[in-house]
Design a protein around this ligand. Structure first.
Ligand code: NAD
Length: 391
C-alpha cells in the first residue's frame, strides 16, 4: 500500500476543508476515496466539487460499511465522534478524529478501548501541535531552558464570536447539541497544548460564565486555576466575548520565563536558579542580570496537512503521530474537570468523578432549551452530546 484510502465523515465547514487539503496535493500519501454527510446539500456539494470516483454516502455508517476505505477522518459534531469512531474501529478501519475527542471522558475511554481491542490506530486532529511556535516552546522546555516550571498563565480570548455565529446552527452552543461552549468548541486545542507542554494538572478550581456575553446556555467565559504535581500552578482564561482579544501563553520556571504571543516567543533567562539565589544572596532586593532573547522557530506550520501526513506515515511506516488517542482523552478529562468544578463550586481532583460529571451534564441536556430567537440555518441531526443516553 503506498497511499491511504481515506473517507471523510461530515463534510461541513471542517470536513470540506480537509477534502480541499487532500485534493491540493499536500498530503501525497492520502487519497480521498469517499465522503459522507447526513445533509443532502453537502452531498450535492461533494458531487459537484470532488473528483469523479469519490464515493458519496448519506451517513458515516454507510461509508464505514462500504469497505472502500482504509481509514476515516471524523469531522462530524462532537456527540457523533464516539459512535462513529467505535463503529469504524470495530469494522477494522483506522481513525483520525477531530477535536474534541468526545464530550465526556467516558465516551473517549470507550473509543480508546475499541482501538486497543482491535489494534487499530486512533489519532486526534490536534493541528496546533504542528505550529512552529508551540513546537519551539515544547523543545525549550525539554532542553530545560526554564528549569522546573512554577507557573503557567494562558489567556485565550481571541475567539470573539457574535450572536450571529451562535445563531448559525440550532445545535451550536447548546448542552444538547455541543455538550458545552468555549471549552468544547474553541479551546480543545489549547487544553491539549497545555497538557502537552506542562503536564496534566492534578486539580482544578474553575468559574464559568454561562451565556455571560451571548444569548446561549453554555459557557462563553472560563477562568480555571490549575494545580500541578510538584507545586506548579496555572491560570487558564478563555472567552468568546472579548474584543480585541489576547492569546498569550506565559510559562515561568526556576531559571526564567517565556512568553508566546503573536507567533513570537520571548525568553528571559537567569544566570542561576531563582530558588538558589533566593536563599544564598545577602541582597534583600536582588536584581540579577536577565538575558532576554527571541526564541527562534523553524517557521514550519503544517497544521491539518501535517497531522494528516503523520497519520499516513504512522499507518504506512509506523512513524509517530502528531497526537494519539490518549492525548485526546487527557484534554477531555481536563475540560470535564473544569466544567464539574464550575458547576459544583468545588476543587476537583483529576481524573474527575466521571459518573458525577455525566449526571450533571445530563441534567443540563434535559433542561436544554436551545437558543430562542436564533435563525437556525440548519440542524445537523447528529446524535447530540450522547450525555442524555447515560443520564
Ligand atoms: N481542527 C480544527 O481546526 C477544527 C476547526 C473547526 C471545527 N473542528 C471540528 O470539526 C468537527 C465538525 O465541525 P464543523 O464546524 O465542520 O461542523 P459542521 O456542522 O459545519 O459540519 C459537520 C457535518 O457533519 C455532518 N454529520 C453529522 N453527523 C453525521 C453522520 N453520522 N454521518 C455523516 N455526516 C454527519 C453534518 O451533517 C454536518 O454537515 C467538530 O468536531 C469541530 O470541533 C475542528
Amino acid at each position: 500500500m503506498n497511499a491511504i484510502r481515506l473517507g471523510v465523515i461530515g463534510i461541513g465547514n471542517m470536513g470540506s476543508e480537509h477534502c480541499r487539503n487532500i485534493l491540493s496535493g499536500r498530503t501525497p500519501e492520502i487519497r480521498l476515496a469517499a465522503v459522507a454527510d447526513l445533509r443532502a446539500t453537502r452531498r450535492e456539494w461533494a458531487a459537484g466539487n470532488l473528483p469523479d470516483g469519490t464515493a458519496v454516502f448519506g451517513s458515516g455508517s454507510d461509508l464505514i460499511r462500504s469497505r472502500c476505505c482504509d481509514a476515516v477522518l471524523i469531522a462530524a459534531p462532537h456527540g457523533a465522534h464516539e459512535p462513529l469512531a467505535v463503529e469504524a474501529l470495530r469494522a477494522g478501519l483506522d481513525v483520525l478524529c477531530e477535536k474534541p475527542m468526545a464530550v465526556t471522558a467516558r465516551q473517549a475511554e470507550r473509543m480508546l478501548d475499541a482501538a486497543r481491542d482491535t489494534g487499530r490506530t486512533l489519532a486526534l486532529m490536534f493541528n496546533q501541535r504542528t505550529n512552529c511556535a508551540y513546537r519551539a516552546v515544547k523543545d525549550a522546555l525539554a532542553r530545560g531552558e526554564l528549569g522546573r516550571i512554577k507557573r503557567v498563565v494562558w489567556i485565550v480570548t481571541d475567539w470573539y464570536r457574535s450572536q450571529r455565529y451562535y445563531d448559525s446552527g440550532a445545535w451550536r452552543a447548546t448542552w444538547r447539541g455541543e455538550g458545552g461552549g468555549v471549552l468544547l468548541n474553541q479551546c480543545p486545542h489549547q487544553l491539549d497544548l497545555l497538557v502537552w507542554l506542562c503536564g496534566m494538572p492534578v486539580a482544578v478550581q474553575a468559574h464559568c460564565g454561562e451565556g455571560k456575553w451571548h444569548r446561549i446556555e453554555v459557557e462563553d467565559d472560563v477562568t480555571a486555576y490549575l494545580e500541578f504535581d510538584g507545586g506548579a500552578t496555572g491560570v487558564f482564561i478563555a472567552s468568546t466575548g472579548d474584543y480585541p482579544g489576547t492569546n498569550r501563553l506565559e510559562i515561568s520556571g526556576e531559571r526564567g520565563k517565556l512568553v508566546c504571543e503573536n507567533g513570537g516567543i520571548r525568553l528571559w533567562q537567569l544566570p542561576e536558579s531563582e530558588r538558589e539565589l533566593c536563599f544564598s544572596t545577602d541582597d534583600p532586593w536582588p536584581h540579577p542580570p536577565v538575558q532576554e532573547v527571541a526564541l527562534p522557530t523553524d517557521g514550519r506550520n503544517e497544521q491539518h496537512c501535517g497531522v494528516l501526513n503523520a497519520f499516513a506515515g504512522h499507518l504506512l511506516r509506523g512513524e509517530p503521530l502528531v497526537a494519539a488517542a490518549e492525548d485526546g482523552l487527557n484534554a477531555v478529562r481536563l475540560s470535564n474537570a473544569i466544567h464539574l468544578s464550575a458547576w459544583t463550586g468545588e476543587r476537583i481532583e483529576l481524573p474527575a468523578d466521571e459518573e458525577r460529571f455525566e449526571s450533571l451534564l445530563a441534567e443540563r441536556v434535559r433542561r436544554s432549551e436551545g437558543k430562542r430567537g436564533g435563525d437556525a440555518t440548519y440542524d445537523t441531526d447528529h446524535r447530540g452530546t450522547g450525555a442524555s443516553v447515560e443520564g
